[in-house]
Design a protein. Structure first.
Length: 338
């Protein structure tokens, strides 16, 4: 993805709990925090899971073990009318609207509504028909790579490229799908592995660890896209609230990423504008150590290197100066001039 800065996605996901007013508030919080995009999830429960599919362990802890995954997801579906409304609300708050489609029909619906980027979730990275459908659309793709081996990522990228999406239009997000992810499993260095394995793709990070340390570290490591779940209240009922950031934490994360982004610079090793004034103060320059008469040879006895506060001849020219004669009289402490 050709972006001039780190693209920050505030992942609302299913934290709207099926409540449009709550979804509106999530968009507003994401915009106020300074995120570039707010992202939801688009799916049809009947197309995604069987009626008997159990919830993930973390979902059982956060939303009850008796309910099936199908029943949980059915309550969190957003239809076309809801998406149209949310897109308009995001536009009102000047933040990009994204959503992760979990099936081909959902993907097509989002494209009809004007979505400019396809987000492929980790769970669909081994779904060949889905990948072929996504890759055939000819628009940028952001793909999370949770639960995968490098070989599985290679296979998925190959399908997307073969289907019509150039590798330069693919962003791979390193990801761990455990909610929350233990810090020891974050494995941020896997971003470097992806960058080496897929030089034509961009690389970023989708985070599920507690807090904001890992997303900020990912920014320092060169992530081009960073995605993080957020909620209005971590104690709300629902599968993902507990592992999400609250509004204050989201704001702090965005601010921290922007600070790191500024600090990264362009990589050129040269004096920064802010430190140029210190060169004449902190560096040594050549001065007369003793009285020096005009025509007298410069020697290690009559020349010294000291801070002058106003520059002069660099001591790196010492050997050159030692081969010259003084062009005039110098008093002790006086800056040598040729």
């Amino acid at each position: 993805m050709n972006r001039n800065s780190i693209f920050i996605i505030a992942e609302a996901g299913v934290n709207h709990n099926g409540d449009m007013e709550l979804a509106h508030q999530l968009i507003e919080v994401a915009a106020e925090a300074g995120a570039d995009a707010v992202k939801f999830q688009t799916f049809k429960a009947k197309e995604l899971v069987t009626a008997q599919t159990q919830k993930a362990t973390y979902q059982k802890k956060t939303s009850g073990a008796d309910e099936s995954q199908y029943s949980m997801l059915k309550k969190l579906e957003l239809d076309t009318v809801a998406h149209t409304d949310l897109i308009a609300h995001a536009r009102k708050y000047n933040i990009e609207f994204l959503s992760t489609p979990f099936d081909a029909d959902s993907l097509d619906m989002l494209l009809k509504l004007g979505i400019s980027t396809i987000k492929v979730p980790s769970g669909e990275i081994t779904n060949l028909p889905y990948l072929h459908h996504a890759g055939s659309k000819g628009i940028p793709i952001i793909m999370s790579t949770g639960m995968t081996t490098l070989q599985e990522v290679e296979a998925a990228v190959a399908i997307l490229v073969k289907s019509g999406t150039p590798a330069t239009d693919i962003t791979l997000l390193h990801c761990n799908t455990q909610y929350p992810t233990p810090l020891v499993d974050a494995n941020l260095r896997a971003m470097e592995t992806l960058a080496l394995a897929f030089p034509d793709c961009s690389v970023g990070y989708s985070d599920h660890t507690p807090g904001i340390s890992c997303p900020i570290a990912a920014a320092a490591m060169g992530a081009s896209v960073i995605e993080k779940h957020f909620t209005l209240d971590k104690t709300m009922e629902g599968p993902d609230h507990a592992a999400s950031l609250d509004p204050e934490e989201l704001t702090a994360m965005v601010s921290g990423i922007r600070d790191i982004e500024k600090a990264l610079g362009d990589g050129t090793k040269q004096p920064s504008p802010s430190e140029l004034e210190n060169i004449n103060i902190a560096r040594r320059f050549l001065v007369a150590a003793t009285p020096i008469a005009s025509g007298e040879p410069f020697t290690e006895h009559n020349v010294a290197a000291k801070r002058t506060g106003r520059g002069g001849i660099s001591p790196m020219r010492w050997d050159e100066i030692m081969q010259k004669k003084s062009p005039k009289d110098f008093h002790p402490g006086e800056v040598i001039e040729l």
